[in-house]
Design a protein around this ligand. Sequence first.
Ligand SMILES: NC(=O)c1ccc[n+]([C@@H]2O[C@H](COP(=O)([O-])OP(=O)(O)OC[C@H]3O[C@@H](n4cnc5c(N)ncnc54)[C@H](OP(=O)(O)O)[C@@H]3O)[C@@H](O)[C@H]2O)c1
Length: 306
Amino acid sequence: MGSARAGQQAGRRNAVFVTGATGFLGSPTPHRPLAHNPPARVYALIRHVDRWPAFAARLPPGRVIPIAGDLREPGLGLDAADRLTLARDVGRVVHLAADIIFSRALAESRATNVGGTQHLLDAARGWPALTQFIHVSSAFVAGRRMGRIAERANGPEAGWVNPYEQSKSEAECLVRVSSLPWLFLRPTTVVCDDVTGAITQINAVHVALRMMYAGVVPLLPGDRDTLLDVVPVDYIAEAVVRALAGAAPTGSTLHLCAGRGAAPPGGLPEWTWGAWAASRPWRPPMLTWYHSEPFLSTPRMPMCPT
Ligand SMILES: NC(=O)c1ccc[n+]([C@@H]2O[C@H](COP(=O)([O-])OP(=O)(O)OC[C@H]3O[C@@H](n4cnc5c(N)ncnc54)[C@H](OP(=O)(O)O)[C@@H]3O)[C@@H](O)[C@H]2O)c1
């Protein structure tokens, strides 16, 4: 066998299986392993295959292969041919997919975040070449725990703020007790692109800033000592790439956070206020925010402790 062909086959067998490739954190991620490790290929679990061409247009041709499936289905809903391909080729997994809506009922959050993770673990156990299972968790699996949070299992004692946190925590537990070579990445809150500042996912931080603009800032929890730990999406994508390159040993739990760089008391609101004050186009019509945001009309504000 020629060395080029042998290299191709080795790359194939070390393929990366990614879930959540179409999401906020996943979309910049799939192509990066390829830049660092050209023979590797990526299989991306995709629920809506018809939407794939729009994502694929940004990727190196032929390197990222869509696999139709759904985490919530037993066996990930894979067809027989894909099951065989994955069992032959996958060497590493990056599990990003999740239901990240805070206001879901617990059973619904669990169906994707816990049940889906279980289905993925079951599938991955049948992949003999697997050397790494990167599970993208959340720093907020710590739930209501206060103070310094260690990079290890948190335990359930403190409870959680919402079903999302609880289900992500339960998913971590499943992965921890599996026999797979796991590594946890726990981002805090991802707010924007690092370079452009573009916001492609509105989350609790952006909603809180809107509340401030609407003059209801006293509703926000916290005091002058409260730090706001937010990170850009590129930082997470880079961390995934470094983890794939072996930067952290199996069995690690890593917080992907701003840490000492967290926004100081009043920092983010003051910077945002400065930007709003300086530039009129940044100020959308206030009323439409309320009418267009089902998020705000739920009885429980995700940012508020209950
Ligand atoms: N965003 C943050 O600030 C943040 C902070 C900490 C941790 N995290 C963690 O980072 C990960 C990615 O978050 P994100 O912000 O990128 O989420 P997102 O934008 O909502 O994307 C979720 C991804 O999961 C996929 N997905 C959902 N349900 C699925 C199912 N049943 N089967 C297959 N795929 C499914 C979605 O596919 P479709 O395109 O088909 O919907 C999408 O690709 C999550 O594990 C989250 O807990 C995120």
